[in-house]
Write a protein of this length. Structure first.
Length: 265
């Protein structure tokens, strides 16, 4: 059964879908399953494997769904010697279950793998992100440039923009080699659910993008989570300085501080 669980974990990681691996890390005599028993809980509540069944297992599933939301591992201790009405079992014994998210909750999508994109990935690997780099140029989107843990999307960038698994915990940075490509990607992403969508460029370039999209029927409401020009105004010049300014802005958005930074609006 464990081999099926590990195969499913690999599938979920490839799809960048959250699941929680629950493992019995302590099990005294009399418990229904033994040390090391595993169950994988998907974000929709479906499971693979078992750690004992009954109400006890249902309680673990409920706790796992909370971990799906927070992304924070939990060590859960249960006493199976209490009444059946509390845990759905009277087998006795003590168990400890480790609930471990299989992917980081927040996803970072870097659309454009050039100098600044590479610098962003190099710094972001030390932060709490699952990193995705999207670029169709093999001379840039390769493992020599991106040796860190990340997923490389190397097909046509407009096609990839439609396929990347963006959700409410996603942070998206658009900085391709062409402003027209930037805008094409922008159109494909702006109506999706995300936490942050930033597009690189001057105030004039951002205004042109906005005017073009407004002319096509987009509204101010579509832009409520769009940032541009991106990055906090720290006087950044080099690729790594620009990367720091962008990631600092994203962190401020994550922490709910972006609009509270005095003088930085």
């Amino acid at each position: 059964m464990d081999s099926k669980i590990y195969a499913k974990i690999n599938e979920m990681i490839s799809l960048q879908k959250q699941a929680i691996l629950t493992t019995l890390v302590n099990a005294t005599e009399g418990t229904p399953r033994k040390l090391g028993a595993k169950m994988l809980v998907m974000s929709d509540g479906s499971i693979l494997g078992t750690i004992g069944g009954g109400m006890f297992e249902k309680q673990v599933i409920d706790e796992a769904l909370k971990v799906c939301e927070t992304g924070v591992p939990v060590l859960l201790n249960k006493d199976l010697s209490v009444s059946e009405s509390e845990v759905g079992a009277v087998c006795g014994g003590q168990v400890s279950i480790f609930l471990e998210p299989i992917i980081k909750t927040s996803k970072l999508f870097i659309l454009g793998g050039g100098h600044v994109g590479k610098a962003i990935a190099e710094i972001a690997q030390y932060l709490d992100f699952s990193i995705n780099v999207i670029d169709d140029r093999p001379e840039w989107a390769n493992r020599d440039n991106y040796p860190m843990e990340c997923k490389l999307w190397t097909e046509d960038m407009l096609k990839s923009a439609e396929e990347i698994p963006v959700d409410k915990d996603s942070y998206i940075i658009i900085l391709t080699r062409s402003w027209k490509l930037d805008e094409g990607i922008f159109k494909r992403l702006i109506k999706k659910d995300y936490a942050y969508l930033g597009i690189i460029g001057s105030k004039n370039k951002i205004k042109i993008h906005r005017d073009n999209l407004f002319a096509e029927g987009y509204t101010e409401d579509d832009f409520k989570k769009v940032y541009g020009p991106i990055g906090l105004p720290i006087g950044a010049y080099s690729p790594h300085e620009i990367a720091i300014s962008i990631l600092a802005e994203i962190i401020a958005v994550m922490k709910g501080k972006r609009d509270k930074l005095q003088g930085w609006v």
